[in-house]
Design a protein around this ligand. Structure first.
Ligand code: AHR
Length: 503
């Protein structure tokens, strides 16, 4: 295989917010994840210092909160103030202590030096409720909500720049779901009220890879929006035990990733908005979260006979299967790198992506009483957020090997090697993923209009495609070579994610 590139031919500039994360009030993400005052790792504000350290190391640029499905019945007012009363979370059917609310979230982000990104409740809340939340966060002192923030100990505005209206309101699973026309109207009216509170915010709205939904949304509210939010998960486990294996996952790394971006780009272009509205891929993960006996609430036959034991085991207990670290292997790392590569190739339009979630459940970091486990996906962020440069270059590819196979009756062909070249001030960082389960790949790199003489290779890998990390077990990690003379070729080990520095 050979790739040719030149610093004179760039696709665009990669936004650091592509390496963002998502935090929801589900399972052990907030309580027992980032926030755990009872932990021996807790800092003065109850945050897990070891988790914060790990998030700083991957230069987390933005975190979306509080949900996900959780937000569509969330009342932000119960999450602020001296007195926090527990509420019943109708999305996930558990009690919410409200100990962690808006002020704690903003404090977390300020500690991490990242942008807070708030998703509003467009399920049960009104346009006014959403704009009230913005008043609380961003108005200096006018009105009752800003004064309430000041009284709660925050004299300075929280200055939350990034806001999204709603979460997956297109879906029957979502509380307060809307049809396309309703959605367009609600987003328009909510945006008008929010932008009257703070016209400087960046505003997104929940969307989906669907023409009709986008036409209604963008015709009604496009002029008020800076972003549209889309979500993707690829492996929906039927039982929390059976997952797509490495080879199946590799077949999902081609059109199954890029197709959605291409179609959403087409919707925006058709409406002449591709230069105005950016894509926020603000929930993505190979593995969909496991939370059975909830979304199928319509199955009255099951629910009707629910008892304490069923609730404890089949509703709550099942969620602990997300914690099984053996689930997250080199398949997750290679897939995550292929996803970020697709975003980088579309960096003119995809300007934000939030890995779902940031900690625990399917996240890159797993917490336990005595520390944290860094799952394979974590190191993809470590390599990409710390080593890739800003300018993404166009690539001329020749003799690209492919992987073929059938997925659910459909013939799939994906490129075995997935590469992105980034550049800044004469230095290059090449992200190179070898999806082959058992063969190394040699790639010739041809640089035009520039000269480099040496290289250093960072390789994320494990002994096998199924390697994983766990408490007391570290199989997957990054090895770094010395600086070597660059002779125009690189060799990528099987099932590996690599970043090659060239200068
Ligand atoms: O499974 C988690 C959920 O996935 C998020 O809450 C929601 O936004 C998405 O459907």
């Amino acid at each position: 295989m050979k790739i040719t590139f030149s610093p004179r031919h760039a696709v665009g500039q990669a936004d650091r917010m592509l390496y963002g994360h998502f935090l929801e009030h589900f399972h052990r993400q907030v309580y027992g994840g980032v926030y755990d005052p009872s932990s021996k790792f807790a800092d003065e504000d109850g945050f897990r210092a070891d988790v914060l350290e790990a998030l700083k190391r991957i230069r987390t640029p933005i975190i979306r909160w509080p949900g996900g499905c959780y937000v569509s019945a969330y009342d932000w007012r119960f999450g602020v103030g001296k007195e926090r009363v527990p509420t019943f979370d109708k999305a996930w059917r558990v009690e919410e202590s409200n100990e962690f609310g808006t002020d704690e979230f903003v404090k977390l982000c300020r500690k991490l030096g990242c942008e807070p990104y708030i998703c509003t409740n467009a399920g049960t809340d009104t346009a006014e409720d959403m704009s009230d939340w913005l008043e609380y966060c961003n108005l200096r002192d006018m009105g009752r909500f800003a004064k309430e923030r000041i009284a709660n100990g925050f004299p300075e505005p929280h200055a939350v720049k990034y806001w999204s209206i709603g979460n997956e309101n297109w879906g029957g699973h979502e509380i307060g779901a809307k049809d396309a026309e309703e959605w367009g109207r609600l987003v328009r009216e909510s945006a008008k009220m929010m932008l009257r509170v703070d016209p400087t915010i960046e505003l997104s709205a929940s969307s989906i890879d669907n023409l009709d939904w986008n036409i209604n949304l963008l015709r009604a509210a496009g002029r008020y929006l800076d972003w549209i939010s889309i979500h993707s998960y690829w492996d929906f486990t039927p039982d929390g035990v059976t997952y797509q294996d490495y080879n199946t996952v590799m077949l999902r790394t081609g059109e199954d990733i890029s197709g959605c971006i291409d179609r959403v780009r087409a919707y925006l272009t058709a409406l002449g908005l591709e230069k105005k509205i950016k894509i926020a891929y603000d929930e993505w993960n190979l593995r969909a979260w496991h939370h059975p006996n909830l979304m199928d609430i319509g199955n009255r036959d099951v629910q009707r006979h629910e008892d304490e034991e069923f609730y404890r085991e089949k509703v709550l207990g099942e969620r602990n299967r997300n914690d099984v670290n053996a689930t997250y292997t080199m398949a997750d790392a290679v897939f995550s790198a292929a996803f970020l590569n697709a975003c980088l190739r579309n960096c003119d339009l995809v300007k934000m992506a939030c890995f779902s979630p940031v900690v625990n459940t399917r996240g890159a970091i797993f917490t336990h009483e005595d520390g944290i486990v860094l799952r394979p996906q974590y190191f993809v962020f470590d390599l990409y957020a710390n080593l890739l440069k800003q300018n993404v270059l166009s690539l001329w590819k020749e003799d690209v090997p492919t992987i073929r196979g059938e997925y659910r009756g459909v013939e799939k062909t994906v490129e075995t090697v997935d590469m992105v070249v980034t550049h800044e001030d004469g230095a290059y960082a090449v992200a190179a993923v070898n999806k082959a389960p058992d063969a190394e790949q040699t790639v010739e790199l041809a640089l035009l209009d520039g000269k480099v003489s040496r290289m250093r290779i960072h390789t994320l890998n494990g002994p096998s495609t199924d390697s994983y990390n766990d408490i007391g077990r570290t199989e997957v990690g990054v090895t770094v070579s010395d600086w070597l003379p660059f002779e125009g070729k690189i060799t990528l080990p099987a099932h590996s994610v690599n970043v090659i520095e060239l200068c």
